[in-house]
Design a protein around this ligand. Sequence first.
Ligand SMILES: NC(=O)c1ccc[n+]([C@@H]2O[C@H](COP(=O)([O-])OP(=O)(O)OC[C@H]3O[C@@H](n4cnc5c(N)ncnc54)[C@H](OP(=O)(O)O)[C@@H]3O)[C@@H](O)[C@H]2O)c1
Length: 226
Amino acid sequence: MKGRVIAVTGAAGVLGAALVRNLAADGAQIVGIDLAKGFAGDAPLALALPGVDLSDEAAINAAFAAIAQRFGKLDGLANIAGGFRWETLEGGAIETWDKLYTLNVRTAVLACKAGAPLLAKEGGAIVNVGANASFRADAGMGAYAASKSGVSRLTESLAAELKDKGVRVNAVMPSIIDTPANRADMPNAEFNRWVTPEALSDVIAFLLSDAARAITGVLLPVTGRV
Ligand SMILES: NC(=O)c1ccc[n+]([C@@H]2O[C@H](COP(=O)([O-])OP(=O)(O)OC[C@H]3O[C@@H](n4cnc5c(N)ncnc54)[C@H](OP(=O)(O)O)[C@@H]3O)[C@@H](O)[C@H]2O)c1
């Protein structure tokens, strides 16, 4: 990863922060992009872009223009920003479907659209975060799984579109990540069965690296022991 420039969206979140630490430890220069107003003080970022709403096309275009100006290239893009909501159809609202579409699909689409031309300059890789739950949705998971299915279809379609431009596009499909929020929501679960942010980051780092140069268009389940 030495000398590589990697953009990580959602870099202030639990998985994003773990991925930043992982890639930086391997010598990459990391650009952190997040809606959050700031990043952890010890986040090893070469360029911090806080307060960027990834669902806003002008804001995301400005973020990638800043990357181009600072580095003149981009080797990898990890689209980690996203979110979850459990809600049944009967007890829920149509707005939730729109909200999760914006949070999970629109953000990834706009980041890919803005980042792809820069990635294509020297070849590169995109990793999106889908969800294992989107292969078959359980009760209360309709809006979330539909939005993460959108991320899967984006991944497949873009992989085909960028194959001959030297840009690979893959997705990881986590089940439950071992985060403080999940521990609080499911206090009686066996936490050691869940995939840790560090283990999932290892898989994302692999997909961003040259070691995965023969892989594109893959939706890779990363489920720990769930
Ligand atoms: N946690 C799980 O069990 C699990 C399972 C499967 C898949 N995933 C996926 O894995 C990814 C990371 O999950 P996580 O648990 O690390 O989530 P997280 O801690 O909530 O981190 C997500 C980050 O994305 C940012 N974000 C949200 N909307 C944004 C926007 N419009 N523009 C820019 N940044 C935005 C959030 O900022 P704010 O906090 O300021 O909104 C937050 O910093 C997500 O895509 C999630 O859907 C998670």
